[in-house]
Ligand binder design. Structure first.
Ligand code: ASP
Length: 340
C-alpha cells in the first residue's frame, strides 16, 4: 500500500492524527490566523516529510529557493509515491515522463517538461534557470542538458508502477477527471469504485527568515496520459507562481483546467488585489467552475497560497484535498475547504 494511501487511511480513523509525536490534523481551517516566518506549505498530507526537509534549510537561516528545491526532492526520490519522480505512473506507452519548475524571489524561473530517466527533474529545472538563457527545456533536449551536467540516466519505472500500467492496458480506459482525495492506491488506482485515480503532485512554496519567497512544483503528471502531454505543473503561472512583493501559489489536480485560468498567477494577482490566501484560492477554483460548471463537478483541482505576511490558505473543487504546513509554531496537515 502506498505511503500516501496508508497515511490518509490512518487519518480517517481519527480526525486528529499524530506524526513525529505531534498533532497533525486540523479541521478548523484557521489558516489566516497563523503568521509565522519562516514558513513552508505543500500540497498533500504526505508531503509533511518534504516540508521537514525544507525546514532544515529554513530553520537555519537558509534561502527559500534552496528549501523548496531540497523539499520536493523527497517525493521525487520516493518509489512509493506514484505521482512524482521515481516510481511515477507512466504514460500510456509505459514511459515515465516528468514535469517540474522552480521560481525564486527575483522572478527567475526554470522548467523541464516531458523529461525522462532523471530522478530529480526539479534539479534540472533549477539548472535551466541558473545556467542557461532559457526558461523551459523539453523532452530530448532537457535530457541531453541533464546528462551534460552530470545527471545519471536511470530507469524510473518501478515494478509496482509497471504492474499498474499493465493492468491499465487491459482496458486502456483513460479518464483523468476524478480524484477527489488525490489518493493513490497501488496497482489499482480505484479509490472510488469506477473512478480512476490518476493524478497528484507536489507543489511547495516557502518564505525564508529574510521574508523572501520561492516555489517548486514537480510531478509525473496524469497517469496514462498521451506521450508528450504536459500539464500545469511545469508551466510558470499555471502550476506555480511567485511574486516576492505579494505572495506565491501552486496547484494540483487536472492540469488542463489550471492552465485554462493560468491558476497560480491568478491566485497571486487576487492576493495583490487584497484577497487573503484562502479567498484567493477559492476565487480561482470558482473561476474553473464558471468556465464549465458541469465538468468542474467531476474533477479535482486544488490551490495553496502564501502571502508576504506569512499567512497561508488553500481551496479545492472536491473534498479531501490536504495541505502540509511547517513553521515555527506548527507542523501540521490541514484539510482544505472545497466547493463540492
Ligand atoms: N497537475 C498535474 C498535471 O496535470 C497532476 C496532479 O496534480 O496530480 O499534470
Amino acid at each position: 500500500m502506498s505511503t500516501r494511501r496508508k497515511f490518509l487511511q490512518n487519518s480517517a480513523i481519527s480526525s486528529t492524527a499524530l506524526l513525529f509525536g505531534k498533532e497533525l490534523f486540523s479541521h478548523e481551517n484557521v489558516f489566516e490566523s497563523v503568521k509565522e516566518q519562516p514558513v513552508v506549505i505543500s500540497t498533500w498530507a504526505p508531503n509533511i516529510k518534504a516540508n521537514a526537509e525544507a525546514w532544515k534549510i529554513l530553520s537555519t537561516g537558509g534561502r527559500a529557493l534552496d528549501a523548496v528545491h531540497m523539499g520536493v526532492q523527497v517525493p521525487e526520490a520516493d518509489p512509493e509515491d506514484q505521482s512524482v519522480g521515481y516510481g511515477g505512473l507512466p504514460d500510456r506507452d509505459g514511459r515515465v515522463t516528468l514535469d517540474a519548475c522552480i521560481m525564486d524571489e527575483n522572478g527567475n524561473c526554470g522548467s523541464v517538461m516531458c523529461l525522462e530517466h532523471i530522478i530529480h527533474p526539479i534539479s534540472v529545472a533549477r539548472l535551466v534557470m541558473e545556467k542557461t538563457p532559457h526558461i523551459i527545456l523539453v523532452g530530448e533536449g532537457a535530457l541531453r542538458f541533464a546528462l551534460a551536467n552530470g545527471f545519471k540516466k536511470e530507469n524510473l519505472l518501478t515494478p509496482d508502477s509497471e504492474k499498474a500500467w499493465k493492468e491499465w492496458l487491459k482496458t486502456s480506459k483513460y479518464d483523468p477527471m476524478i480524484t477527489p482525495g488525490g489518493l493513490m492506491e497501488k496497482n489499482k488506482q480505484q479509490v472510488i469504485p469506477g473512478q480512476l485515480n490518476n493524478h497528484d503532485t507536489i507543489g511547495m512554496v516557502a518564505m525564508d527568515a529574510k521574508g523572501d519567497l520561492s516555489g517548486a512544483c514537480t510531478t509525473s503528471g496524469l497517469a496514462y496520459k498521451m506521450h508528450g502531454r504536459v500539464g500545469d505543473s511545469p508551466v510558470i503561472g499555471a502550476g506555480l507562481f511567485v511574486d516576492n512583493e505579494i505572495g506565491a501559489a501552486t496547484s494540483t489536480g487536472v492540469g488542463e483546467e489550471v492552465i485554462r485560468i493560468v491558476g497560480s498567477h491568478l491566485v497571486v494577482e487576487l492576493m495583490r488585489q487584497g484577497h487573503k490566501p484562502e479567498a484567493a484560492c477559492k476565487a480561482a477554483v470558482e473561476r474553473i467552475i464558471k468556465k464549465n460548471p458541469e465538468k468542474a463537478k467531476t474533477l479535482q483541482v486544488g490551490f495553496i497560497a502564501l502571502n508576504k505576511k506569512g499567512e497561508f490558505g488553500a481551496y479545492s473543487l472536491q473534498k479531501e484535498f490536504t495541505m502540509a504546513v511547517r513553521n515555527t509554531k506548527e507542523e501540521k496537515v490541514y484539510t482544505v475547504k472545497s466547493v463540492f
